[in-house]
Design a protein around this ligand. Sequence first.
Ligand SMILES: [Zn+2]
Ligand SMILES: [Zn+2]
Length: 330
Amino acid sequence: MNDTMRAMVLETSPGRLVARELPIPTPGPGQVRIQVEACGICRTDLHVIDAELTEPKLPLVPGHQVVGCVDALGAGVDGLQLGQRVGVPWLGWTCGECSYCRSGAENLCDRARFTGYTLDGGFAEHAVADVRYAFPVGAGDAVATAPLLCAGLIGYRTLRFAGDAQRIGIYGFGAAAHIIAQVCAWQGRLVYAFTRPGDRAAQQFAAELGAVWVGSSDESPPEPLDAALLFAPAGETVPAALRAVRKGGVVVCGGIHMSDIPSFPYASLWGERSIRSVANLTRADGEEFLALAPRVPVRTVTTTYPLAAAQRALDDLRAGRLQGAGVIVP
Ligand SMILES: [Zn+2]
Ligand SMILES: [Zn+2]
């Protein structure tokens, strides 16, 4: 049997992905090995290769929306079987002991490790994962499932912080937005989609997904919003969204990194408006969202790339050439 695999590797930070042959990893205690069928790309991957996230493991196999079948079990693994289809998200390991882990906030774990950042991820033919963070997923299309694991899951956590808001503004209409817009419509909420100024393709896409209003991020919506979800990495969307929400409204920042937020008058925050961020995910989020997605049902729009084209996929994401979600297929 061949004991090496193809992988796309980040060797310097910042850097670009290069094709390498690596030893096929062996799962340690409590881990499973996965034969990767699909791995979604995400703006966070750009933050990693651009060194906006500053502490990657190096060399690193990025990719944190991994879907594949278990092909080896480490010692002490129960609950998953050989051949079972699983999905692995961004949060890849937690300590289980710190005050956050013990209080149901494992997403804030002091010692958390992250798939495709501080742990090797899914831009490879095989990956290993902690069995606690390998969610069973259905036998459906692996490519369609991959974007659910970050765009869907962290997007869903972002939406949860909007509470029962009816009018929801979504800033940045990429992978997360196109999934969460479907969930909103299913829940009977109204989506107001804000794109980069002049991005007609994204505006058209948002309208097709049921947005009741589409416009540019520097425009005002026709009526005040109850909440705004920010998936664009642009700090200037924060004061823009604050101006768009009603008194008591919330602005939820769903990304892991954002350019600096420009100063804004206190009057924009006044009226008990609030701003909050979303960090990572919990296993409970994963279980809840992965059960909900087929009921909606969420249909992801994907563009696939072969493994060797992972850097080109990220370049397309950066340039705004991608509609929906990009997915790497080894
Ligand atoms: Zn992500
Ligand atoms: Zn912890």
